[in-house]
Design a protein around this ligand. Sequence first.
Ligand code: IMP
Ligand code: MG
Length: 169
Amino acid sequence: MNVLISEIEIQKKVSEIGRRINADYEARKPILIAVLKGAFMFLADLLREIEIPVEVDFLSIHSYNGTESSGVVRITHDLSLNIENRDVILIEDIIDTGQTVSYILDNLRTRKPYSLAVCALLNKEARRVIEVPLTYVGFTIPSVFAVGYGLDHDNRYRNLKYIGVLDDK
Ligand code: IMP
Ligand code: MG
């Protein structure tokens, strides 16, 4: 395993994003929606940097088989909160082709949120096939398969404190 982004670098970046959200959403009460499973660790750390009142919700999707995007996305666990007229921040682990987040954004827009922003820890910009509006991005990374800090390969490696790249990928 090669370290791509260290634990310290992640911590610094997450607190920087948290401070930006505190400033941008001052006097508002956004709903942070984490896309499971990959974003759970990012959400947990980000939340602890947020000092404004927030609510949290989760969305589960099925979209990925092994290392290649299937392009087919299905919501397997839906929100429990009503997001109509609310400020929503979608929390994602990684944006690759952009297909998954585009599908989710289209779906959320039909529920008429007041605003909708995307916050992604990792961005594989060179792999994009659909344009995605990203408000908060942690790190832009090359077209490698990243694991750790919530991200998996066949459901392994989510527990790592850093972002790594598998040797044979
Ligand atoms: P997209 O639809 O191609 O943007 O794929 C997005 C989803 O694929 C992410 O939410 C991840 O779950 C998964 N994914 C894409 N690239 C990686 C990676 O490098 N490591 C782990 N998961 C990835
Ligand atoms: Mg994901």
